[in-house]
Design a protein around this ligand. Structure first.
Ligand code: HEC
Length: 237
């Protein structure tokens, strides 16, 4: 037995604080399988020994930590409940919210849209055909712009301003575009078409997303108008 050697039992005793060395060693053996300090503490209590010093200190530490964790949880739960009571959400009887009704209901939206984007005539006053020519680089995959230029994926665009829509001889327009040749391309129509071709001419074969910037569109319209033997006067604001 381990405890029979005087020196050894002294050592054991030194750090067990159980009254007898033998008891202490037995105690230790019994407690060995219990891994956590808390379990060892409980078992040592049940066996009638105060447990050794180190274990006690650890138990107090463990208790402190457990206490801290529990009280934190309590505080968090308490806060949660208090907040729930204080900030209880009030459910409205009718969902949604009222819109300010100073302006007449109709026309408000249109006015806002116009405010965000100047009319084409206003933008044309400041338009630059040279800038417009640069912006048509993206069109050149499908269109020619010079006089007598051939049709490509799209019809040639020389003289398109003032030309009937969908009217170039020998070009295979979509049914949507062909159906519009009672109309003439003007500044307003070109501006809308180039903003979003598919929205202005639903079913068009022109696979082009559109030019988002209003100023750039005005530049392009001014440039397209210049592609003519006799450019037309552009609309004035
Ligand atoms: C991917 C090819 C493609 C690109 C890029 C493209 N277009 Fe077109 N465009 C077409 C096609 C195809 C048509 C004929 C549409 C139809 O028949 O519905 C067309 C038609 C047009 C028309 C009407 C012509 C007419 O005779 O009625 C105009 C104006 C026009 N494009 C301008 C432009 C401009 C300006 C750009 C560049 C900002 C551009 N397109 C970019 C393919 C393209």
């Amino acid at each position: 037995m381990l405890g029979s050697g005087g020196k050894k039992s002294q050592t054991v005793r030194a750090y067990t604080s159980c009254n007898e060395a033998r008891k202490a060693v037995k105690q230790r053996r019994k407690l060995e399988p219990f891994k956590t300090p808390a379990k060892r503490y409980l078992v040592s209590r049940a066996l009638g020994c105060g447990g050794h010093q180190g274990s006690d200190t650890m138990n107090i530490e463990a208790n402190k930590i457990a206490g801290a964790v529990l009280s934190t949880l309590l505080v968090v739960m308490g806060l949660n409940m208090t907040a729930g009571i204080v900030f209880a959400p009030k459910k409205p009887a009718v969902t949604g919210f009222d819109l300010p009704s100073e302006e007449p209901a109709h026309g408000g939206g249109a006015a806002a849209a116009v405010a965000a984007e100047d009319p084409i005539a206003v933008r044309l006053a400041k338009a630059d055909p040279a800038k417009g020519e640069k912006a048509t680089a993206a069109c050149k995959a499908c269109h020619t712009f010079e006089k007598g230029g051939p049709n490509k994926v799209g019809p040639h665009l020389f003289g398109v301003y003032g030309r009937s829509e969908g009217s170039v001889e020998g070009f295979g327009y979509s049914a949507a575009m062909k159906g519009r040749n009672d109309k003439t391309w003007d500044a307003d129509g070109l501006d809308h078409f180039l903003k979003n071709p598919k929205a202005y001419v639903p079913g068009t074969a022109m696979a082009f997303a559109g030019i988002a910037k209003p100023e750039t569109r005005a530049d392009v319209v001014a440039y397209l108008n210049s592609l003519s033997d006799s450019p037309q006067p552009l609309p004035k604001p």
